[in-house]
Unconditional design. Structure first.
Length: 146
C-alpha cells in the first residue's frame, strides 16, 4: 500500500503539472483527503474541516478546487442522497467500489468484463463514453459492531 507521504507527493505533483499553483489551501485540502484516503468524505464535512484552518474560505472556493482536482484525476467525486462526497482517486485505473453507508469506507470490487456494445444496442445512435458502478451497504466491521 502506498504511504500517505507518497500519496501527498503524487497529488501535489499532478496538481502542479496541471498548471495550478500549490497554495496553502490546496495543500491543506490534499492533506485532509490523504488522511481520509479509505473513504468518501462529504464535501460539507471537508468544508467544515477546511474552515478550521482557514475561517474565511468560501464553499465555492473549496468546491471549485475539488472540481479542478477531479479534472486532473486527483480525486473522485460521487453523488449521494445527502449531497456530494469526494476521495482521493484510487491507484487502479478502472475499477468499481462497495461503499459502506455507515462508516463511509470504500472497498474496491472486481466485476466481470463488460461490453459497451451490449448497451449500445439498447441506445441506438448514442455514444457511450464511460460508466460508473458502485454497490452500497454495510461493511463487515460495522455489521459486527451492530
Amino acid at each position: 500500500m502506498t504511504s500517505n507521504d507518497d500519496l501527498m507527493t503524487t497529488a501535489l505533483t499532478t496538481i502542479k503539472g496541471g498548471h495550478l499553483r500549490l497554495t496553502k489551501q490546496r495543500r491543506q485540502l490534499v492533506d485532509l483527503l490523504v488522511k481520509s484516503r479509505e473513504r468518501y468524505v462529504d464535501i460539507t464535512e471537508l468544508d467544515d474541516q477546511m474552515r478550521q484552518f482557514y475561517p474565511g474560505i468560501s464553499h465555492a472556493t473549496i468546491y471549485r478546487n475539488l472540481t479542478e482536482f477531479a479534472h486532473l484525476g486527483v480525486v473522485e467525486i460521487t453523488r449521494r442522497a445527502n449531497g456530494r462526497a469526494v476521495k482521493l482517486r484510487c491507484e487502479q485505473p478502472h475499477h468499481h467500489h462497495f461503499v459502506c453507508q455507515q462508516c463511509g469506507r470504500v472497498f474496491e470490487i472486481q466485476l466481470p468484463e463488460w461490453d459497451p456494445q451490449v448497451f449500445a444496442k439498447q441506445l441506438p445512435g448514442a455514444k457511450i463514453t464511460g460508466h460508473s458502478f458502485e454497490l452500497y451497504g454495510t461493511c463487515a466491521s460495522c455489521r459486527a459492531r451492530a
